[in-house]
Design a protein around this ligand. Sequence first.
Ligand code: GLN
Length: 491
Amino acid sequence: MNSLHDMTVAELAQALKTKQVSAVEVATGFLARLGGNPHNAFLDIDSEVTLAQAQASDARLAAGTAGLLEGVPVGHKDVFVTRDFATTAGSKILTGYRSPFDATLVQKLGASASGGAGMVTVGKLNCDEFAMGSANENSAFGKVTNPWDTARVPGGSSGGSAAAVAARLVPAATGTDTGGSIRQPASFCGITGIKPTYGRASRYGMIAYASSLDQGGPMARTAEDCALLLSAMCGPDLDRDSTSLDVPAEDFTASLNQSLEGLRIGIPKEFFGEGLAADVRAAVDSALREYEKLGAKLVPISLPRTELSIPVYYIIAPAEASSNLSRFDGVKFGHRAKDYNDLVDMYKKTRAEGFGNEVKRRIMTGAYVLSHGYYDAYYLQAQKIRRMIADDFQNAFKECDVIAGPVAPSVAWKFGENANDPVADYLADIFTLPASLAGLPGMSVPAGFGAGNMPVGLQLIGNYFKEAQLLNAAHRLQQATDFHLRKPEGI
Ligand code: GLN
């Protein structure tokens, strides 16, 4: 048996099922690795809670009532509310907040007694404040470092999740992706992550950033592990999430190992333009050559409005955020200013103290584009172009089955490189935003290494509900390559 922290979710589940190791032993092993909070990846750890969950898992394993992933540790991005751990969404404004319930995805992965897969929560993972960011530099609780090079960003906003998985602090984690926050940190940290079709996995209990874009999904080292978690996460939640789709859960592991013979992979020319760094292009190209060896055919396609996805996203997402974040007013949740004159003064001071700069910037942009006089010029136009971006994908899918390209224009950058230049971060989202705006499933798969020996991810985008096809394509690549098995030095 490999050392516990090197085992995949699939291997751990098997070892637990066959009683080679107990859930308490596994939990104890991972908790020991978390001591000192490497990479500042975690925002809350509570070994008592974790060990109690592990004991319950052992009881179910002994009684033969175990869930599919019984006893396997998982970390949750701090955007998912949890009853047993604090939840802050990386913001000071939620200091002291404790949710009275678990998010649906936490429940679905958690205690099998309440219908979950039986995973044991080891803690809550650091992230950009309210999931706004591309580098995890916007967390109110400090930056997360990249395990491959601690002078570099882990990506964002699910940077804690990606760093924790890459550093083997957890075998898997949840993330949320509004404009790339599962795919981009997965790419920067050399792990695998998938954002399913919008609406396929419940948003209930996921603190809202931009509701028409937010989508939770798994991050792990292998596509097989992502398939295991995603199978447990998907499914309708119609009573609790009004945008949940009535599409049944699916066993995504059942379709792994299918041949890629004849698979048409669309290569959007707009993803390979001037802005793409040569090292990223080289890694992506070599992954595409692997696919050709596996029998796939590369088809040139066009997603003509790729560039417009940046202004469109950075109008729509802040617009929705400005509305969603109005609930943080010092009355209902978390932080409240100490001294104030009246109610309005209390709102103002609470929000001024509680929100960080990037969140304030987005709220202001959002309020502006929604305001009378600018609504038509910005918000309405953005909505129209969003529809055209979605149509561009449908045109492309007439010629191909899956779309492939880079996740980000460069490898993880160094801390401070984009400091004081929020727009530089926005521009780096160019390749992940289109699938988000269209609500399509997308994933990041380790495809090689670039400058500074930093990981490079390949992005795969599928048509609606084609998660199985994406996971299979990623799995086949992982059988032919070993990028997902490599690990940062000293880990
Ligand atoms: N970088 C993008 C943003 O800041 C995407 C973040 C996300 O997907 N949560 O909005």
